[in-house]
Design a protein. Structure first.
Length: 134
């Protein structure tokens, strides 16, 4: 069974957004780079992406897009998860560049409405999302 583990949002000002979620909701920074801040409440993470630095040429939304960027789900087995997604009508959307250990650990898809989400196994969630998952 899959579990929702993160929501990624694209923002114009990374530091301003991170401070807002710290102050408004008490989220804690668990990882930070020049293009993203990963925050968590201990169960679900919020990935805040600097859209101008994190722009992916394959993303038709472009570098002015602000809003919910994608969702992240944790699955027990990447191949079984991928098969279930594709059988339900999901379409493979690619890999996150320079994150994780490749397609055996994390993959991106689009749902029937074109909404982007990724699926990952526990090892990826621990190393990339900084979540203490079993």
């Amino acid at each position: 069974m899959a579990k929702l583990r993160h929501i990624a949002i694209a923002v114009r000002d990374l530091e301003e957004a991170a401070k807002f979620y710290e102050e408004a909701f008490g989220l804690e920074r668990v990882r930070q780079s020049d293009v993203a801040v990963m925050m968590s409440d201990g169960v679900v993470s919020l990935a805040i992406l600097d859209i101008k630095k994190n722009n992916n040429a394959e993303d038709e939304r472009g570098n002015d897009f602000v809003g919910i960027h994608h969702l992240g789900f944790l699955v027990d087995d990447i191949e079984e998860g991928a098969l279930a997604i594709e059988n339900a009508g999901g379409v493979y959307h690619g890999q996150v560049k320079n994150v994780g250990k490749g397609p055996k650990y994390e993959r991106k898809y689009r749902d029937l409405n074109g909404i982007v989400f990724d699926v990952a196994v526990a090892d990826h969630a621990r190393s990339s999302w900084c979540l203490d998952v079993k």
